[in-house]
Ligand binder design. Structure first.
Ligand SMILES: [Fe+2]
Length: 409
């Protein structure tokens, strides 16, 4: 995020002394990406950021994944998923691959433990609820419709003010605006559907005193994703000032300016962010296509190179009428398989001027596998909803347990 911010106390020049009134020298820490070659921030701390006094195993929730085999489009009902109440430890893995994982949690109002994801950036979409995220950079308020982007290795904790439905996109890379939205030096361009004013970082530094403070760290080994409980000699929230282009921020879908056209516009116009091997898009309330013969719902499309995940969060999703998809649903449309509207939705959309839909999409270039949470809330009937009948009606297998005949109405 090449958008410079500065908060709190800083020396006039970097890498020079900063002392408090008693002469205590603050410790300078550079948090930087890609080996001193990308965005970074300089933090000035009271304590020593590397001072740990213990390291123990943190047992993560089930991270197992099941391949999408035999190949099927999937419908997962996230509102049927029972999760733990902790915004971090209560997350259940819904979908994932080696580039990105999607987890879901319905929080209570107790704060999470201190946590950092040492694997990659997190982009947590707030479906409902509000609260704050306390971080080493300061406090970031969140509300429904926010993407909360937390850079890799940022110590933080979630403090919900109310129960919150959180859709956590956890990358193995960094998450940032699409390069095509940016000038060659990193400013968001005029054609981008949002700009720097829409990105909300911390407003002031945030200090907490403490000793022997535990931080949960999610990281990787050759055996996969694991967790460690590190105990720090002093509280990690000891930053008196920082500056740079690396920090957590929020962006709310209300501030996204949808790009519309005379005929149907393809999903890349709805893009918000991207990471390595995946993109994040959102489909939001908007005027739709104004050609006199336009078909407002999408044409059928084969994403030959990607899996497509839609999370339906609000409004009335025109293209999916008759499919069983509703608010809180996820659809997974795998690469190599065409998908599109339910047939009856095409005629019904003709002449429509405005869509009220809200959905968040993640497209991945590598196939997604089902997490244990996704497997727990799958609607087995979904794959057959375009045909109106499933394998039992044609004499095939019924091992998915779904009914044999479905309505497209
Ligand atoms: Fe699609």
């Amino acid at each position: 995020m090449a958008y410079y911010r500065a908060l709190g106390r800083l020396p006039r020049q970097r890498h020079t002394q900063l002392r408090d009134d008693d002469g205590h020298l603050f410790r300078e820490e550079l948090m930087g990406e890609e080996g001193f070659s990308s965005d970074s921030s300089l933090l000035y701390r009271r304590g020593v950021p590397s001072a740990i006094t213990d390291s123990q195993v943190w047992e993560l929730p089930d991270q197992s994944r099941t391949p999408n085999h035999p190949l099927k489009p999937r419908h997962l009902r996230l509102h049927d998923l029972d999760t733990g109440a902790c915004p971090v430890e209560g997350r259940r893995l819904v979908l994932g691959n080696n580039d990105v994982r999607i987890a879901y949690v319905v929080t209570g109002t107790d704060p999470s433990p201190l946590y950092r994801n040492a694997i990659g950036d997190e982009c947590v979409f707030v479906e409902t609820g509000s609260g704050v995220v306390e971080t080493v950079f300061g406090v970031v308020p969140y509300r429904a419709g926010d993407y909360v982007v937390v850079p890799r290795a940022t110590d933080h904790r979630w403090v919900p003010a109310e129960a919150s439905r959180l859709y956590a996109i956890e990358a193995n890379s960094h998450i940032h605006p699409p390069k095509r939205y940016l000038s060659k030096y990193g400013q968001l361009l005029e054609h981008a559907p949002y700009c720097e004013r829409d990105l909300h970082g911390p407003d002031e530094t945030f200090e907490v005193e403490g000793t022997d403070v535990e931080v949960l760290v999610k990281h990787r080994t050759s055996a996969g994703i694991v967790g460690t409980r590190l105990t720090y000699a002093t509280h990690p929230f000891d930053v008196v000032g920082w500056d740079g282009c690396l920090y957590p921020y929020t962006f709310n879908i209300e501030d996204y300016m949808p790009i519309t056209g005379k005929v149907h516009q393809p999903p890349p116009v709805h893009q918000v962010f991207e990471g390595w091997n995946f993109v994040v898009c959102n489909f939001l309330p908007r005027k739709v296509d104004y050609h006199e013969l336009a078909i407002p719902v999408p044409y059928y499309h084969s994403n030959v190179d990607s899996d497509e995940v839609m999370f339906y969060v609000g409004g009335d999703y025109e293209a999916r009428k008759g499919s069983g998809i509703g608010i809180g649903s996820i659809s997974l449309h795998p690469g190599g398989h065409a998908h599109g509207p339910q047939p009856s939705a095409i005629e019904a959309s003709l002449g429509v001027q405005y869509f009220e839909e809200s959905a968040v999409m993640v497209d991945t270039f590598a196939p997604l596998e089902l997490g244990e949470g996704g497997r727990a809330v799958e609607d087995p009937a979904y794959a057959w909803t375009w045909a109106g009948r499933g394998p039992a009606a044609s004499g095939g297998s019924t091992d998915d347990g779904g009914p044999a005949v479905y309505s497209n109405s």
